[in-house]
Ligand binder design. Structure first.
Ligand code: COA
Ligand code: MG
Length: 289
């Protein structure tokens, strides 16, 4: 899933666009896009959006971002939305992977209560929004099959650290946030979960978004969060392997198939070995081959 579009859970107008966004996944938000006094209304609206569209018959998978587990709100969120059978749950501001152990148990009970197969609602945690979370990401693997992807956040981390800014004069992430981003990539690879790049908030800046997506893809992310419908097409395009890349990957795979078991071959005057073959296979998989 390349593009994951947030829709604020309290906005009837924006929720009305849920079926036509073109996003690979939609995230109905109950957290930071919804003020505290609007949470109960948002829960009811999000439930109704889900219930009106049975799972499996939705234009795009419908995920819900709940409030942090450390808040008193998360259980109310889950109780309100699980009857609507969401396609997945995004959980923000985790402090360690052990938060997800508790969440796994809550979900098991709610799945049984609402006629879903146990373990069938996947998770995407936002990994880096608390300082504490940076220390234990390597343990995430123990969460098991529920973990579909991982993403990261820089704004809440800056707040937790007491930082004045998280970007330098050129607009690039400063070191701490680059570290958080890299740890997210490493966690995703360790868990064989999708690495999902964080939001690009300057939503009118299409060229800026394109560059951001290209750097994300270069580094190993295979999808990205979106906040505005206009970002979806750019993201989908940027995370789709190009015809040239697919062509290269097919040639690499074909060459190794004909190589009589050689682990290193040459193509166009350059050496290729097993990592290139793995990279080629991964590209073909992303291209749906
Ligand atoms: N989902 C669905 N529809 C959206 C949307 C979204 N995330 N963002 C904008 N739209 C709709 C608007 O309602 C508007 O509809 P209209 O043409 O029928 O009036 C249209 O797209 C164009 O929107 P625009 O006027 O450019 O932006 P805006 O001022 O209405 O909204 C934001 C700007 C940033 C407030 C809005 O994009 C938004 O709410 N994004 C998500 C925020 C969020 O969920 N944050 C939490 C995660 S970080
Ligand atoms: Mg946030």
């Amino acid at each position: 899933m390349r593009s994951w579009l947030f829709i604020p859970g309290d906005s009837e107008k924006k929720l009305g666009k849920v079926d036509g966004t073109g996003a690979d996944a939609v995230i109905l938000d109950l957290e930071d896009a919804v003020l505290p006094e609007a949470k109960p209304r948002a829960r009811a609206l999000v439930h109704d959006v889900l219930a009106a569209r049975p799972r499996g018959q939705r234009a795009a998978p419908l995920w819900v971002r709940i409030n942090p587990l450390a808040s008193a709100l998360a259980l109310d969120d889950l109780v309100a939305v699980m009857p609507g059978q969401p396609d997945g749950i995004m959980v923000p501001k985790i402090s360690s992977p052990w938060d997800l152990v508790a969440l796994n148990h809550y979900l098991e009970v709610l799945e049984v209560a609402h006629g879903l197969t146990r373990g069938s609602v996947p998770l995407v945690p936002v990994l880096t929004e608390t300082a504490e979370s940076l220390f234990s990401m390597g343990e995430l693997r123990s969460i098991g099959d529920r973990l579909r992807g991982v993403t990261w956040g820089a704004e809440d981390l800056a707040v937790d650290l007491g930082a004045m800014r998280n970007r330098d004069e050129t607009g690039a992430w400063t070191f701490t946030y680059q570290l958080a981003r890299s740890l997210t990539l490493a966690a995703a690879a360790t868990c064989e979960a999708q690495a999902i790049e964080t939001v690009y908030t300057d939503f009118r800046n299409t060229e800026g978004l394109r560059g951001y997506c290209e750097r994300a893809r270069r580094d190993g992310f295979t999808g990205m969060l979106a906040i505005h419908p206009a970002q979806v097409e750019v993201i989908n395009d940027a995370f789709t392997p190009t015809a040239d890349e697919v062509d290269w990957a097919r040639r690499v795979v074909a060459l190794f198939e004909r190589s009589d078991g050689a682990g290193a071959v040459q193509m166009d005057g350059a050496m290729l070995d097993i990592p290139h073959l793995k990279q080629a296979r991964r590209l073909l998989q992303l291209a749906g081959e």
